[in-house]
Structure formats: C-alpha cells, structure tokens
Design a protein around this ligand. Structure first.
Ligand SMILES: Cc1cc2nc3c(=O)[nH]c(=O)nc-3n(C[C@H](O)[C@H](O)[C@H](O)COP(=O)(O)OP(=O)(O)OC[C@H]3O[C@@H](n4cnc5c(N)ncnc54)[C@H](O)[C@@H]3O)c2cc1C
Length: 324
C-alpha cells in the first residue's frame, strides 16, 4: 500500500481542476493499492468539504495567516514539515506557477528527487512509479525513476489527465497545527492581488482554439485571428515565439511543452510550424487544421486537414464566410 499525498491548490475556496485530475489518475493507476491524502493550505474559506467529498481517503488542512496567499517560503516550509512528519511514499504537485516554484524547493529540502512537468505516469512490475515527461524541449519522452529516496515527487502538467467522477470516501479531516509558521521568516511580502477578467475560456478548457504562430506575420493578421476566434466562440492560443516577440504579454495562453496542454474539439493553427515543443501540447486535439505557406511544414504531419496558403488570405475568407 502506497501512502500518496496530492497537494490541492485552492483559491478563494475553490480547488484547482489539476487536483481532481491528479487524484483521478492516482486512483486509476494504483486502484486500492494506495491511500490518498489531499493536502490543502490557506487561511479562512478553505475548501475542506469539497476535498472531503473528492474521493481522497484523508485531508490534511494547514491554516495560517502565512498561508493566506501563496508565498514561497511559508508554503515550502509547511509542506516540508508535513512530509517530514507523515512520511508519504509519493507526493504529487501540479506543475502550475505555484507548484513549479514550490516543488523543487521541497524536494531539495527533503534531499529527494522530483520529476518535473510530467505528462504520463505508470507503474513498473514491482508497483514502483515511473514518471514520464518531455525531455530535450519535447523532442522525446523521458522515463524518470527515483529509486533510493522518499518521497518520490512529481509535478504534473494540468490538462493531461481526465477528471473522473469519483465516489466520496468521506475523507478523514486532519487539522495540522501550523503555529510553527508564526515565527518562520517569509522573505516575500504579499502586496496586492489584481484579478484579471477573462474575456474567453482559458485555453486549456476551450472546445475550439484558434492558434497564432509566428507565420501569422503581423498585428493585422493577429487581429483577424482574434476576430475569427470571437465569431467561433473560440479561445486564442499562441506559440512560444509569439510570447517572446511581445505579441502577447504573458504565457497564459501559450501551448506546448513549456506552456499549456490542450485538447480542444477543434484546433485551427495559422502560421504554426509544428515544432515538437508545440505539438506535444496540442496533439490530442480532436480535429486539427493548419494553415501554412510551406507545404512541407511539420504541423501538417499532425493535421487532419492541411491548407497550404497565406494566413491572412484564409482568415479573410473564413471571416467573410462565417459573417454571411
Ligand atoms: C526548451 C524549449 C521549450 C519550448 N517550448 C515551447 C512551447 O511550449 N510552445 C511552443 O510553441 N514552442 C516552444 N518552443 C519553441 C519551439 O521550438 C519552436 O521554436 C516554436 O514552436 C515555433 O513557433 P512558430 O511555429 O510560431 O514559429 P516558426 O518556427 O517561425 O514558424 C512559422 C511558420 O509559419 C509559416 N508561415 C510563414 N509565413 C506564413 C504565412 N504568411 N501564412 C501561413 N504560414 C506562414 C512558416 O512556414 C513556418 O512553418 C520551445 C523551445 C525550447 C528549446
């Protein structure tokens, strides 16, 4: 029986979808050979009931003013202490902005190994965890084992595992005394939180994605792609160079090995070359259509339909046809 911890990120009392995905995959993988505990941090409005009913066996709750907002030193200190006390065999953390920062610090403090940004999990014939993650920028998949230290730690990309309908196990709630954090040095002061209103579905939840690659060419064509997305009620996705070149201001909608994993029903790419690092983030989409001037572009190998043409021309035609 493996004792498994899953760190449940929450904001304003809402558990992240990544937690449910990790829990579903853990139960699918281990069946009844694992005892699964959710770990949640916060201060007031902690979603204890949701976690109790989520299908986990146990929920560890750490409540402290120092854990009200994500702050790397306090979160790392709290997780290291809990793991040191409870000694789980395996710890899963989402490969989110928070998890990607916190997990290496926790692994380092515990002198154990961490497989980062995993996209698959498997068990070997002895029931030990094999963690699979894109390596060399997504060109190949690496299998990672952590044979000599515990816990085995992995950060998991959101959106790669299906969330299953799990029956409640009416989990036992353990309220952990977090007063050890009172005197702990934070190092980072929380100043303010700005809530950005989203005008479209987050790309990882979208049914339809219009993706702009560098071959979109200019701001005019990008505006056309956004117009098409609005007509189709789609979300916009981007390749990494679109972020690096400053066409968009953050990585929230970037697709690929260092961005989001997406599975829309329809993916429409304009000027996307189809580099391995991008393909690994969208290859599981339902219907894939790419527009590219180069008939030998790599994106076509992963496409259901290929359109060898200029992005601007096809965007104009599509908008005209759909606006009729
Ligand atoms: C460690 C690492 C991680 C990375 N992570 C990611 C990631 O998460 N996501 C990601 O996307 N990339 C990632 N990259 C970058 C990746 O390797 C590619 O460089 C990138 O995906 C290419 O982006 P692109 O297709 O937009 O641009 P380009 O490679 O410049 O391709 C542009 C394409 O547009 C076509 N084109 C040109 N003009 C037109 C036109 N008028 N109409 C239509 N088509 C046209 C061209 O034929 C070409 O195929 C990563 C790289 C590394 C090293």
């Amino acid at each position: 029986m493996k004792n498994i911890f899953i760190f449940a990120e929450q904001r304003d009392g809402v558990v992240s979808s990544a937690y449910y995905e990790m829990l579903s995959e853990t139960i699918k993988l281990y069946g009844d050979r694992a005892f699964v505990s959710a770990v949640v941090f916060g201060y007031g409005n902690i979603p204890v009931e949701a976690l109790k009913e989520s299908g986990a066996d146990k929920v560890y709750v750490l409540e402290s003013k120092k854990l009200a907002e994500y702050e790397p030193m306090s979160y790392t200190t709290a997780l290291v202490k809990l793991i040191s006390d409870e000694k789980p065999d395996v710890v899963f953390v989402a490969a989110s902005v928070i998890g990607s920062e916190m997990a290496p610090g926790v692994a380092c403090a515990l002198r154990t190994g961490l497989a980062a940004h995993c996209t698959e999990l498997a068990l070997d014939d002895k029931g030990e965890l094999i963690m699979i993650a894109p390596a060399f920028g997504g060109k190949l998949l690496g299998e990672y084992f952590i044979p000599n230290t515990l816990p085995v730690m992995a950060s998991i990309k959101a959106g790669v595992f299906e969330k299953a309908e799990l029956p409640s196990k009416n989990a036992e709630i353990i309220t952990v005394d977090a007063s050890f954090l009172d005197d702990a040095e934070g190092g980072v002061e929380f100043v303010n939180r700005t809530v950005v209103e989203l005008t479209e579905q987050p790309v990882e939840k979208a049914d339809v994605i219009v993706c702009a690659g560098l071959g979109i060419g200019n701001e005019d064509n990008l505006a056309k792609a956004r117009k098409l997305a609005s007509i189709l009620k789609a979300s916009m996705g981007y390749t990494r160079p679109m972020v690096d070149m400053g066409y968009i201001e953050n990585e929230n909608s970037m697709i690929g090995s260092s961005g989001k994993m997406v599975k829309p029903k329809l993916y429409l790419g304009f000027g996307v070359s189809g580099a391995a690092q991008h393909l690994c983030g969208m290859k599981d989409s339902g219907l894939i259509i790419n527009v590219n001037t180069n008939e030998k572009a790599e994106c076509f190998a992963a496409s259901n339909y290929k359109v060898v043409s200029d992005s601007g021309i096809i965007l104009d035609e599509l908008i005209k046809a759909l606006e009729k």
